[in-house]
Design a binder for this molecule. Sequence first.
Ligand code: PLP
Length: 441
Amino acid sequence: MTRILHRSIGPTLPHAASAQGVYITDTNGRQYLDASGGAAVTSVGHAHPEVLAAMRAQIDNLCYAHTSFFTTDAAEALAEKLVDLAPEGLNYVYLVSGGSEAVEAALKMARQYFVEIGAPQRRHIIARRQSYHGNTIGALATGGNAMRRKQFQPILPETHHVSPCYAYRDKGADESPEAYAARLADELEAKILELGPEEVMAFVAEPVVGATLGAVASVADYFKRVRKICDKYGVLLILDEVMCGMGRTGTVFACEQDDVIPDIITIAKGLGGGYQPIGAVMLSEKIYDSFANGSGLFQHGHTYIGHPVAAATANKVVEIIARPETMANVNAMGAKLQSGLEAVLGASPHVGDIRGRGLFRGIEIVADRDTKTPFDPSRKIHAKIKRQAMARGLISYPMGGTIDGVHGDHILLAPPYIIAPHDVDLIIERLADAINAAIAE
Ligand SMILES: Cc1ncc(COP(=O)(O)O)c(C=O)c1O
């Protein structure tokens, strides 16, 4: 009996009782290896003593002060730290309570920017198919996953979508990565021209696509080309690093590896590391200045923005993430995870692609490796893998609809950054067993 409207009604969930490092223990004493950090949330591991101490210290001093009356040392220090670490020019921070809130705020910031600078006709949002930007109405409309949008379509604001950068399926066999990146950039430019360059507000993309594609990074100079096109038509570039940011891919900001600087960046998940609900939008000087020299405010706000306990927690989480030894472990264990998965699953007829950056890895499951044919969606291979993995004490993040919202299956792995080599081996062993068992079902 439960009084909670759970995500799915029916299946009984284990009750999580405690967690330590990369393991969660349920009330029956079963241990689960957290190979996906929940949904790429648990960045510095569970029960990190330094984070717990920072939370306790903040709780003893101040738990809440409304942001229309006060700022706090905790929020100011977090903003300062994020700006220090961010790509050049992203000099201001707006604190929220999660990823969807960050995306909503980013969209409104982009819109208000154009109102402030006297271009109120700019309103179109362009994003990519097979992307996920959150579940609130604006963020859901921005995301390009057909399945998630379907039943809400009639109440979603108008948005526009172009192709993702998904080389495994969409790059021609004889096409170079550069030519593929150029083709996609041309498609974006054509979409801007079709909508009217004076009316396009922003292009939104995840540097490494997480939930809906399974750790798919761009190829060649894709994002540099995107940046150039945005600049050519005065369109703001919003990079959504809610899942791939905060050290997940081996650099504090994922876009560092694409050598591109957006106008706005959204972060969440790993920022709070699961300890507190927190997200943030980082914005460029020019956007901040347009507000400061214009209406003098950002016409937005929620009750819990800038929450001091969340900010103090994130401040410590970010400090740990940014330590050279943390990023070194993400890169070393990420490489180990990739090569281990390739060694054990690389020759499987049902593993089409193993990909990703840092501790953000994706495995695309196929019915036929040579033709890349997916399994029939009715087999729900992704759900079976999730169940089989849980039965083996492994938390992973499988998802269906990889190709078009309906067809395709992938598994996302995103373990905590403090993972040790023997636990990486255990992930590979348990996952390989789970995949085989799911396909045999
Ligand atoms: C890229 C991206 N943006 C936004 C969100 C929404 O974040 P939240 O679930 O914290 O609202 C997610 C969540 O998975 C995400 O992966």
